[in-house]
Design a protein around this ligand. Structure first.
Ligand code: ADP
Ligand code: MG
Length: 460
């Protein structure tokens, strides 16, 4: 592995285990200069960073290198004049979002470099979402066609694209698929995906921390494709709406593609400024409907196949008719079935389905955030004090990350709320943790096993 790729992986992990402030101050502009003869040389910008890394973070660095397959006898921190913010510091957040094999492709992605500073805003694309694994059916075919048209010629037709519809019906999936497709075809394209929560938070942070929003503005305004998810969260936020308005105009005038999703049409978003409302309707507005029974069956079969399982028709139909119209829940039911089978080492048949539904009926309808955290902590034999506290030991960090993931997957809480429930101030910690666990679920590893067991027992 290349030094720079390796180091990005190391930074990605370190970022999860130290505070944002520590990460930015001490790690962000470091580099692995060389690894030779059991000595790893890390380049740092100045003496302060060198001292701090040596004194406070050396163990963490050594351990994290170890996890990435490098076990140096010694790590040396050298002041390296080449280190400055301009150095190609690949965005570790982006890297972490990607499955490992795409790291090389990731390297080809540009970073917005404005005034010599490389931005660390997440591009946020998750390769899990593609057109190939999106099942087209009644309810989403129009949205699918529009997204495909955009992916093949961004900025020409359907600009902006405004997709709306209820939760869990595939909005995020589709708009991310556009971003992934464009990036795959044209690695140089600046595709920026942001949830509205993230857009708002970054705007607020830039005001609060940097006292000016020019970097923030130029980053978003330099996108070739801007994808903003769940724009209903702009409601009531006047200053952010103002910022968004200017971003929109800049991009629109430059024929850059804008894609927006929302849970309701522009006219129903309360306290949305009129000028934004009208702009959202300039291009194409598409209503996504819940999938019908046939589409639900097709989705179930496709998701099961994705996990290497084939579902027979009876089982598929039983699940599709039981589960509500929301695809996220449909997936949840399928995953529950697969977990059930995996743990009992049985094949998914009607008997299993019946048993599972029966046990579901015994489930309490509601489970609180606190209960989820308590059960996660208990599952891992970690105390509540530790899981909510500041400790960063791995055997506490992982359960904490899983707890965050569970709050998202079971209760659909927002990132700031999840961070708050776990006693964290910074919502980006929640974003990273959940990303990390979601990625783990793609592999047959111990984390996946823990999550399956936990979900199984959560309502027991
Ligand atoms: P939304 O953003 O509308 O709330 P998501 O895009 O997050 O919904 O979809 C919820 C889950 O359902 C995701 O895991 C997504 O991959 C899956 N999903 C939704 N629609 C489809 C579809 N038509 N084909 C395959 N998967 C789908
Ligand atoms: Mg969504």
């Amino acid at each position: 592995m290349q030094e720079s790729t390796l180091w990005q992986a190391v930074l990605g992990e370190i970022e999860l285990s130290v505070s944002r402030g520590n990460f930015v101050t001490w790690f962000k502009n470091t580099q692995l200069i060389r690894y030779k003869d059991d000595v790893a040389v890390v380049g740092v910008a100045n003496i302060f960073v060198k001292n701090q890394l040596e004194k406070k973070f050396n163990t963490l660095v050594v351990e994290t290198l170890g996890k990435n397959g490098i076990r140096p006898l010694k790590v040396e921190y050298k002041i390296h004049t080449g280190i400055s913010p301009q150095i190609k510091h690949r965005d570790s957040e982006v890297l972490r979002n990607q499955p490992a094999p795409s790291a090389a492709r990731e390297a080809a992605r540009p970073k917005a470099t404005i005034g010599g500073v490389t931005h660390s805003y997440r591009q946020g694309l998750n390769e899990r979402y593609s057109f190939e694994n999106f099942v087209v059916g009644a309810g989403n075919e129009l949205a699918y066609a529009a997204c495909q048209a955009i992916a093949s010629k961004p900025g020409t037709k359907y600009n902006p694209l405004f997709l709306y519809g209820g939760v869990g019906i595939g909005k995020t999936h589709l708009i991310q698929a556009v971003g992934n497709e464009i990036t795959a075809k044209k690695p140089g394209a600046r595709v920026v995906y942001a949830s509205t929560e993230q857009f708002v938070q970054e705007f607020v942070d830039s005001l609060r921390i940097k006292k000016n929003t020019s970097d923030f503005a130029s980053f978003y305004r330099s996108a070739d494709v801007l994808i903003v998810d769940d724009v209903q969260f702009l409601a009531g936020k006047e200053r952010v709406q103002d910022e968004f308005f200017h971003t929109f105009n800049t991009l629109y005038q430059a024929n850059k593609q804008i894609i927006i999703s929302s849970d309701k049409p522009p006219k129903d978003i309360p306290t949305l400024e009129e000028r934004l409302r009208s702009r959202f309707a300039w291009g194409m507005t598409i209503d996504m409907q819940t999938p019908d029974f046939e589409t639900r069956c097709a989705i179930l079969q496709s998701k099961a196949a994705g996990q290497g399982v084939s579902l027979n028709q009876a089982v598929t139909e039983a699940l599709a008719s039981r589960a509500s119209s929301n695809v996220r829940e449909l997936e949840g039911t399928l995953n529950q079935l697969l977990a059930w089978c995996e743990m009992r080492r049985v094949e998914p048949d009607m008997q299993v389905v019946a048993a599972m539904f029966e046990s579901n009926q015994a489930r309490p309808k509601h489970i609180s955030a606190r209960q989820i955290i308590e059960r996660t902590a208990k599952h891992f034999h970690v105390s509540m004090e530790d899981i909510l506290g500041p400790k960063r030991d791995k055997d506490i960090v992982v359960p904490r990350q899983i707890a965050m993931y569970m709050l998202r997957s079971e209760l659909h809480l927002s990132f700031p709320k999840i961070a708050h429930e776990l006693g964290r101030k910074d919502h980006t910690t929640a974003i990273h943790s959940i990303d990390k666990i979601e990625k783990e679920l793609g592999y047959e590893g111990s984390i996946k096993q823990y999550v399956l067991e936990l979900k199984e027992r959560l309502y027991a």
